[in-house]
Design a binder for this molecule. Structure first.
Ligand code: HEM
Length: 129
């Protein structure tokens, strides 16, 4: 075998390991963001004041935004569904922010129950959990 061919083959092997490692890391990252979302949604729902609620919503928004930038391992259609759902959650969290600004704890909690619905709808659509 020529040196060129050997270099080519080892280059391709390295590239495929890179691709594999990349997709594994991403799958784990979505899970990590989801765990973060779960923890913060729970904290938010349990909060007794808008002051207590606000930092949970900040963390929840960050994890949602982070997850929406990750590559969902599925068809083009599923990738769209994945992004669409997380963008929807992010918009709902902005509504929660508005309720926080208005000092409206009950209003904030009402929107949070819609976030729960979105979670359920999209988990169903993507066949997770
Ligand atoms: C605030 C709303 C949401 C919460 C609290 C939440 C929470 C979770 C939890 C706890 C898991 C299981 C993680 C584990 O295996 O330990 C999960 C998995 C998952 N969720 Fe969500 N989720 C939410 C919204 C969404 C939305 C809107 C989407 C997509 C549009 C989504 C997509 C996924 C996917 C793809 C997985 C599987 C991740 C994996 O195992 O690699 N989630 N979610």
């Amino acid at each position: 075998m020529t040196t060129f061919k050997m270099r080519l083959i080892s280059g391709l092997m390295l590239a495929s390991i890179g691709v594999m490692a990349g997709s594994i890391a991403t799958a784990g990252e979505i899970k990590q963001d989801m765990k973060e979302m779960k923890k913060n949604l729970r904290g938010a729902i349990k909060s007794d004041s808008v002051e207590e609620l606000a930092p949970y919503i900040e963390s929840l928004k960050y994890a949602t935004w982070h997850a929406s930038n990750l590559n969902f391992d599925g068809s083009a259609q599923e990738k769209n569904t994945y992004r669409e759902g997380l963008i929807k959650v992010h918009k709902q969290l902005e509504e929660v922010d508005q309720a926080i600004k208005n000092g409206d704890l009950d209003g904030a909690k009402r929107v949070l129950s819609q976030v729960r619905d979105t979670q359920e709808t999209y988990h169903d659509k993507l066949n997770v959990e």
